[in-house]
Design a protein around this ligand. Sequence first.
Ligand SMILES: *Cc1c(COP(=O)(O)O)cnc(C)c1O
Length: 463
Amino acid sequence: MSDKKIFLAEKDIPRQWYNLAADLPSPMQPPLGPDGNPIKPEMLAKVFPMNIIEQEVSTQRWIDIPEEILEILTLWRPAPLRRAFFLEKYLKTPARIYYKDESTSPAGSHKPNTAVAQAWYNKKFGIKRLTTETGAGQWGCALAFACNLIGLKCKVYMVRISFDQKPLRKIMMQTWGSECVASPSNETHSGRQILKEMPHTPGSLGIAISEAVEDAVSDKSGNSRYSLGSVLNHVLLHQTIIGLEAKKQLKIAGEEKPDVVIGCVGGGSNFAGIAFPFVCDKIHGEDIEIIPVEPTACPTLTKGPFTYDFGDTAGLTPLLPMFTLGHGFVPEPIHAGGLRYHGMAPLVSQAAVEGLISPRAYDQIKCYEAAMLWARTEGTICAPETSHAIACTIDEAKKCAKEGKEKVILFCYSGHGLMDLAGYDKFLTGKLTAYSMPKHKIEESLCKLKKFPKAKKVKTGKW
Ligand SMILES: *Cc1c(COP(=O)(O)O)cnc(C)c1O
C-alpha cells in the first residue's frame, strides 16, 4: 500500500518565504498614485505599517520567517500533502494526483498563513486594531483568528451576499473576538454612497475594501491599519510556504517534480502560494505546466485586459498593473465568493504576461460536479473556490488517461466547504445555473479605465 499522506516534520518547516519578484525575467511595473506617478512607500503609511510596506516592495529572493510567526503556524503546519488515490482509480488515470491540504488550518483555508504574519508585523509596529473586508468569510475568519492570538482588535466588512448566504462565518469571527458588519454598510462614507446609488446591491469585494480602507485611514488615533487577504506582493509571499512545503513532500514521496501545478484564483494568493516556487523552477528551465483557474462569471485572467486599475471600487488604493475587469465590476452572486474579485495580483498578472502560467475559466456547474465527484471518491467536502482547482485537475487527469501519460499533478486544496453547504444544497436541488459573464458587460465596466495609464506588456518571449 502506498502512502496517502505525506507529512513533513515540524523541524523541517520552511524558514524562509520565496519572493518571485527576485526572479521574474521582466521587471514589475510600479504601482501609481492618483497623479500617474509611481507612489512612494510613505504614501501607503496610513494604510499599512512600514515593516509590511518594506516587504511589499522587496526584491530580495528569500525572506526569513520570524520565529514567533512559525510558533503560531505550527499549530497546523506543515500541512499534509495527500495523494488522491480513490479519484485516480475512479478516473482510471495513470496520473498521480497530489494535493496540499490547506483546509486543516483553524479557519479552514490557506488564509491564516498570511493573517498570522500580517497581524504579527502590525503588532510589532505598534498597531492596535486592524480593519479588513471579506468575501465568502474565509479571510475575515483567518484575520479574526490571528488578531485574537496576537492581541489586536479586528473589524471585518463582509460582502452583503455572503453575509446573507453564510451567517455561520460571522459567528466564527465573533467567537474569535472580532466585529463583523455587512458591506456596503452605513458606517463609512463610501458605503453610504453606494447604498444611495444601489440600495439592493449584493456588494462586492471592491466595495468592502473601500469601506475597510476608509475606516482604517480615518481613525484619528493612528492606531488602526488595514489588512488585505490577497492580491498584494507581501500576501503572496506569505503563502509561498505552501509550495515550499509541497516541494519537500513531493521529494519524500519519490517524485522528481510535478508536471502540472493547479490552483484556483480569486486575488491569486493560494495559487501563488502553491505555484511560485515551481514558477521559479520553470524560469530556470524545468518543464512544468502551471494553471490558475477562475470562474467564467469573473474571468479576469482569461477575458480582462492587462492595464492599470484600482484594487477597490472607490479608488482609494494605488493603481496596480494587473489583469482586471474594471474596478466597478460587480460579478454575479456565484457561490465561490472568494473568486469574485475584479482584479488579479500584479505578480500573478506579470507571470501570465510572460506566459509562465496558462489560465483557464470554468463555470460553477462543472465545478460543483467536480466537487460532488471529489466528495464521493476522496471523502472531503471542498470549498466552492477549491472546486475550480479540482475540476481542472480532473480534466488534466482524464487527458493523461486518454494519452496514456503518467503525469504528476499537484493542486492546492485551498479550503473545506463545511460552511458553504447552502451552495451544495442549491446544486443538489437543481437551483444552480451556469453563468458566463457576457462580453458587453465586461466592455461596459472597462470603459471606466479609458483615461488610466496603460500598463506595458513586457515579456521576454521565452515561454
Ligand atoms: C479566499 C479563498 C480563495 C481565493 O483567494 P486567493 O487569494 O485567490 O487564494 C480560494 N479558496 C479558498 C478556500 C478561499 O477561502
